[in-house]
Design a protein around this ligand. Sequence first.
Ligand SMILES: [Zn+2]
Length: 365
Amino acid sequence: MTMTFLRNSIVITALAYAACSGPPTTTSAPHDAAVQDAGPIADSMPIKPDGSADFSIDMGRSQIDLSIGTEMFAVDSCELDPSEQCVGAAGERSVLRFSVETINLGDADISLGPPGDNPNYEFSQCHGHFHFRGYASYRLLGESGTEVLVGRKQAFCLVDSEPYTDEAATERTYSCQNQGLSAGWADVYAADLPCQFLDITDIADGEYTLEVAVNPDGLLGEHDPTNNLGSIAIRIGDPHLETPTEACPSVAPRYLDRIQRECDWDFVGNFDCIPGTQTGAGCSQSCGVGSCEGNAMIRVCDAASVNCTSGNALGSNDNRCGSACPLASGFLCPESGQLAVYAAASEHGHPYECNVAIRAGPISP
Ligand SMILES: [Zn+2]
């Protein structure tokens, strides 16, 4: 089955992207109004003594990458590990996923150094690397401003994901092995990462505010602690949050050229596969699976699931096999034997074609 999509051309610059994490797992799950105790935190982090670093948040990315989806969490999934406690229980959960983009708007770097034996770090089972404790916190507020879901303290691997201000250095300095955030750089935690969500299974439909705080306890010295909160209005029960095919709002391209975006995807169709077998879905001639024109990206879900989000996708891909054409693989065909395949312009608004093919068995590279 093939399908072609053509869209009006808009000039957009694709931005390089690096998230602080290992590859997203294909599982994901919920969280039961549980409060995670981040444990004792040592003070005196090795930051620049002049305090001229300044954390802030850009909620634009949270808005674009926002989704509500149903995800399954096995009893032994890392999300249920005591060190993570991202979900309240195993099984099927409803999760609110969002990306978080924190920025250093100050003149000085935040430099935390390598994890080593530093008690401010904890090892994340889900991400497979060390996180700085209590870097951010998330919570959900009801219409009257009351807290309905207490945010976990979210630990981060603090890294330079991408330059944010015009003054930002061109070279990336910090990584998970030497954590920090350069002046003018942003750290992006993408919505499809393990635990990058709130478990809203027990939350009634209605109007809410999602609030994100960076450096909520002031553990890291900074110039201005008054710009550390970001919030967005959310309607739980809004069907648009459960499908990636509605139109994107008019926002800066930097928010849209991402595989985690939850808008302006095209539904290509449902495809058969053999349950339990390694399967790939792509539109990449150089990968030998389908063909594409322009710069396409692909997302594959179990057709039996009611929604398809970056978090519950079986696989997704942007560029692979040395071309701009995508191939998602390394996942098992679900019990339903049906894949729901979505495609989108990787450079938002540009024309593209994605002629999808399905391939059973392992695919290399
Ligand atoms: Zn991480």
